[in-house]
Design a protein around this ligand. Sequence first.
Ligand code: GLY
Ligand code: MN
Ligand code: MN
Length: 462
Amino acid sequence: MTAWMERPSMAEALKERRRRLATLVEGPTVLWSGQSIGRNYPANTYPFRASSHFLYFAGVPLEGAAIRLEDGRLELFLDEPGPAYALWHGEVPGREALAALIGADAAYALAELGARATGAATLPVIDTATRAAQAQLLERALAAPHELDGADRALAKAVIALRLSHDEAALSELRRAAAVSVVAHQAGMRVTPKAKYESEVRAAMEGVIIANRMATAYGSIVTVHGEVLHNEQYHHTLTPGDLLLADVGAESELGWASDITRTWPVSGRFSPTQRAIYDIVLAAHDACIVAMKPGIEYRDMHLLACTVIAAGLVDLGILRGKPEDLVERDAHALFFPHGIGHLLGLDVHDIEDLGDLAGYAPGRERSQRFGLGYLRLNRPLAAGMLVTIEPGFYQVPALLDDPLRREKYADAVSWERLGQFADVRGIRIEDDVLVTETGTEVLTAALPTQAEAVESLVLAGA
Ligand code: GLY
Ligand code: MN
Ligand code: MN
């Protein structure tokens, strides 16, 4: 048995998702779950993670399975484990029991799929072995997931329409993942004063996630070098005076993600310079959450955060000029080069396997602008959407030491004043925000963001 087998059945929600899909696409759909990938030899694998599109309709992470959906019906294709399986991996329920668990209408061995796959639309999975099997069974080439055409593209758009807004079953899982991540961050703050290395804080945080029978939703970032945006090094020592940036999120047993970042002082007390910048980032975070509601453009949330950050940096004397003009010139992006956030669901960057098809409304494309190019979501917000809000401030040497940028922003930046903030390398504050009919609900609100409250949590471990 695995942890997901002990979760309550989602069968009713799955049935409703299938019914809704049937109103959006014609003809059959076949989705594969994928298979685990060998790390260094075939029997030593990376942990299996089922394809998110499969999970959305099948509910549970069955390895090496496929489902066929048509007119609201679900057929499961899965081989019974061979006799050696139980020896090495333990007993698992058979095909019929699993079919009953997910509310399938019929269940077959995988060999039966060939005859039932003719003419089906599909979405390519991420592992190449399964993708080759998909193409072989469907007897056609598959485009890359972000370049789909024909029936596959129509299916992708239908699945996006469903996955963009979360149903109650999904929200229940997303709340559970968020709650565990909150406890993980509290644990990380508490162990920091006595920890010598980043890795000890990471261990405490991931320990909470593992102890709750969940997994991390992405590679944890726990670093005193927060200016490296996706830093996955954990060997640095912790020194009083450093800020520690932790971007760590749990994924529930059924695959639903959370994504939280907090930044705290190793000593338990922000320095005046750290506190000044922290409060600017927090002001941007809070302004977005207050402004969000259905109908608001997410891009406007990004620009709002950029303007609040630019205004704060002008007040500190780091930037010079009118905040709106600075944002127009992308001067804020010297310090806040990424987007304000992204969709969150089964994937931490939800549905990004399909490129920008989910993140960008039809007819919209990524901007080439320095300050907008990393915006992952550009759609009007609607009730049921879950997004992150994650403004930041970073001193990235590759950006700030670039001679062309130095010249372009010579009048906009006081490099001398900036030099007084050398103890602020990277700050990010990230929460998971559900759009509701009337505004928002922050699923991760139980974890404080106010500087004093964060300091108290750290000092509790001193
Ligand atoms: N944890 C990755 C991100 O925040 O986008
Ligand atoms: Mn994020
Ligand atoms: Mn994150």
